[in-house]
Design a protein around this ligand. Sequence first.
Ligand code: KG4
Ligand code: ZN
Length: 360
Amino acid sequence: MKVLGIETSCDETAAAVVESAGQRRLKLLSNVVASSIDQHRLYGGVVPEIAARSHIESINPVIGRALREAGCRWDDIQAIAVTYGPGLGGSLLVGVLSARTLAILHDKPLYPINHVEAHVYSAFITETGKELTQDYRVSPKRPDFPLLALIVSGGHTQLVFFKEHSDYHVLGKTTDDAAGEAFDKVAKMLGLPYPGGPGIEKLAGRGNAEKYNFPKAKTAGKYDFSYSGLKTAVLRTAQKAIGEDYTFPSHQLAQRLSGGQKADIAAGFTQAALELLVDKTVAAEREFQPKSIVVAGGVSASPKLRLLLSERLPDKKLYFPDSKLCTDNAVMIAALGYFKAGSTQPASPELLEIVPNLSM
Ligand code: KG4
Ligand code: ZN
């Protein structure tokens, strides 16, 4: 069975084909991602109108390429899976309307996919097709249930316990900013480009994490996260480091901070931000004793996060998708679509609506 996935929830226009390859195995056949990130960098974050327009321009070529690279014609595709939320309304509409049209035109069942839930399914790819132009590091063994998932991206930060496919409950989530969002905002203060995660982590490697003491957030819920206090602490620390008070504008900080100060702030922030994720994941592992732990979403590409988790959790339980599958992609949409196709009824292609504020 081959499934075409379509993803347009934010700034990436993505399409991919996955194929079931025998019992419990899932093969990646193509993964095409066109990002409008260069157009957003100018503004320091994603601009919804620019993202939506860019999806309109890219969607047809991206889907065409995903089919071509997978060596497929429409006859070979058994199902279409598409992200219907959460995300930017204008962006989601382009993907959902395309998928609906294609489902009607080619008479394929259509499966609506929750983007956040789908991040976990990047870890369910167990092999890759020979035709792929890039190498992927995938685990030949797929995660087992019960499964604990740390989903950590620019829009979401949550711990979810899955008893089975589609049978889960959210243990906790961020009460304010997502972890990736905090990386992006701190990067902006330090004069680094959007998205900030990779740049902050590189800078942090040259800094002393102990120089500034950043607080770990306390939250009411045992497995909840909070990043707005840490972000403010970074701002105040940076203002103090250059001898200014809280009225000094954040957008002028980068030009006044020295290279050393920036590196130390990046190191202290990275440590506090990642340790919060690790502490809660370790606590949830102790309480719920999952068979597998999947770490997914853009921030899970962080080598430092992977290292910290590996040091504190049993190695055999941990699943980190290839970093190219951590950030937004349609492979994860197709992968979850494959499991949905085996267990749920398809949506009506005439009626499927977007749900921008969809939660898990
Ligand atoms: O999953 P994703 O591509 O998009 C959302 O669904 O949000 O995640 C993007 C986020 C950005 O905030 C980016 O700064 C962060 O992932 N990110 C990282 C790293 N690479 C990407 N954060 C920390 N360390 C990294 N190495
Ligand atoms: Zn995402």
